[in-house]
Design a protein around this ligand. Structure first.
Ligand code: GDP
Length: 363
């Protein structure tokens, strides 16, 4: 399955944020939980559209979809040379599909900074340098192999050499491979090499309690360097999130009101992670359950059916589809149908984010 990994220097708030994420998961009693590993969090994806659906459809259960987030602690300077538990951590990063890079943007004299001061640009550079160094080794080895193979005029290898040479140049200039633009074909060739710096990154600014507005200078610094490589920044406050995660619904709402925010910053982080992974949701909605399902962006209706049950993909017949907006406007599925807004879609239909679907299948 698809997953994102949390990385960052020690003491920047990774565990605090990871624990708050998994705490939110543990509270969602409707999800059938299995604890695979303490470092793997199965995190429900908060989706306000499900609340809207439930305003119009009376149901017994509401089941959010989930996203898998891994805690990858311990990346330090020198990891690419096997410093600390370097190799293990790099191997863990290799396994994930996207990276959540937590950066310390809060001052607190009680929390030791491994580098002696708060400096987001330097911290990001330390981590990114380790990943770039590890990729340089991978690319060199791969280039050697591909050049040898390309001598036989193997078209794929010739193309691979080209893309690897571009990547190598970027890495040598200290830029991650994700900062380059790729054609679809090049992206595939690069992906085959399992590089660390081709993975999409979301920077998580862990700010002080009164910097949640994201205006602090540390956050600005982070935004600038994220923008330079085409990445985004999400602002959270680890200590607030860990408090929120422990409250019941009523207390949580009270605290959010006090903070003047509509929802925990972690909700924003979870949704951003989900889209960073190229994922989107469709819904099934009925009396028994209202449920969100995960599919990759671009998935067809049969593939969506397969997300519910593998047998449904092959035996897919057609889907009845409507939107959350149509439900809001017409109030019920029957009214939507009467208004001619219930679409019937076939095998070639590309599912849109937020579609509500009835899947008809012969399984
Ligand atoms: P990790 O090593 O990156 O996993 O960092 P931890 O999550 O263990 O956090 C290190 C220390 O910083 C702990 O004492 C946390 O309580 C504290 N901490 C985490 N987030 C915040 C924050 O937003 N503000 C403040 N003041 N302290 C925080």
């Amino acid at each position: 399955s698809v997953s994102a990994g949390v990385v960052g220097l020690p003491n920047v708030g990774k565990s605090t944020i990871f624990n708050a994420l998994t705490e939110a998961g543990a509270e969602s009693a409707n999800y059938p939980f299995c604890t695979i590993d303490p470092n793997v969090g199965i995190v429900p994806v908060p989706d306000p559209r499900m609340d809207i659906i439930c305003e119009h459809i009376t149901t017994l259960k509401v089941i959010p979809t989930v996203v898998e987030i891994l805690d990858i602690a311990g990346l330090v300077k020198g990891a690419s040379k096997g410093e600390g538990l370097g190799n293990k951590f790099l191997a863990n990063i290799r396994e994930v599909d996207a990276i959540l890079h937590v950066v310390r943007c809060f001052e607190d004299s009680d929390v030791v900074h491994v580098e002696g001061s708060v400096d987001p640009a330097r911290d990001v550079d330390i981590i990114n340098t380790e990943l770039i160094l590890a990729d340089m080794t991978t690319v060199e080895k791969r280039l050697e192999k591909s050049r040898r193979a390309a001598r036989g005029q193997d078209k794929v290898e010739v193309a691979r050499v080209k893309v690897l040479e571009r990547i190598s140049e970027a890495l040598n200039e200290g830029r991650p491979a994700r900062s380059l633009e790729y054609s679809e074909e090049e992206a595939k060739l690069a992906h085959d090499c399992h590089l660390l710096t081709t993975k999409p990154v979301l920077y998580v600014a862990n700010v002080a309690e009164d910097d949640l507005d994201g205006e602090a200078k540390y956050v600005q610094t982070l935004r600038d360097l994220a923008a330079a490589e085409g990445s985004d920044v999400v602002v959270v406050c680890g200590s607030i999130e860990s408090e929120l995660a422990e409250l019941d619904e009523a207390e949580k709402n009270e605290m959010l009101e006090g903070l003047g925010i509509a929802e925990p910053a972690l909700n924003v982080l979870i949704r951003a992670t989900y889209s960073l992974l190229g994922l989107q949701s469709f819904f099934t909605a009925g009396e028994v359950e209202v449920r969100a399902w995960t599919i990759p962006v671009g998935a067809t209706a049969p593939q969506a059916a397969g997300a519910i049950h593998t047998d449904f993909e092959k035996k897919f017949i057609r889907a009845e589809v409507y939107t959350v907006e149509a439900l809001q406007e017409h109030g019920s599925e029957a009214n939507i149908k009467a208004a001619g807004k219930l679409r019937v879609e076939g095998k070639g239909y590309i599912v849109k984010d937020g579609d509500i679907m009835h899947i008809l299948h012969g399984a």
